[in-house]
Design a protein around this ligand. Structure first.
Ligand SMILES: Cc1cc2nc3c(=O)[nH]c(=O)nc-3n(C[C@H](O)[C@H](O)[C@H](O)COP(=O)(O)OP(=O)(O)OC[C@H]3O[C@@H](n4cnc5c(N)ncnc54)[C@H](O)[C@@H]3O)c2cc1C
Length: 51
């Protein structure tokens, strides 16, 4: 089975990890349009406060 995940933040990487745990042999490709993956958008306000 081949899986394509679009988006590498919370939902995308959680889905990819869950599928990997259940199916060790499936091919999983994750695509992210941004430079960073798995960034914590919840912490944006802290980052901007310290700038
Ligand atoms: C300021 C702020 C504070 C927050 N605080 C909290 C909090 O305290 N507690 C909490 O539970 N939640 C909080 N959230 C919400 C939480 O961050 C989101 O619910 C969570 O990030 C959603 O994750 P997601 O993976 O579903 O979507 P997103 O984080 O939106 O990720 C989607 C990803 O898909 C990528 N993408 C989109 N289109 C494409 C494409 N065509 N091709 C490739 N990649 C693509 C995007 O670049 C992005 O990286 C906060 C959000 C913000 C902005």
């Amino acid at each position: 089975m081949k899986i394509i995940v679009i988006g590498a933040n919370a939902a995308g990487l959680s889905a990819a990890s869950a599928i990997r745990r259940m199916h060790k042999d499936w091919e999983i490709n994750v695509y992210e349009k941004d430079v960073y993956i798995s960034y914590g958008s919840c912490g944006f306000h802290i980052m901007f406060q310290t700038m």
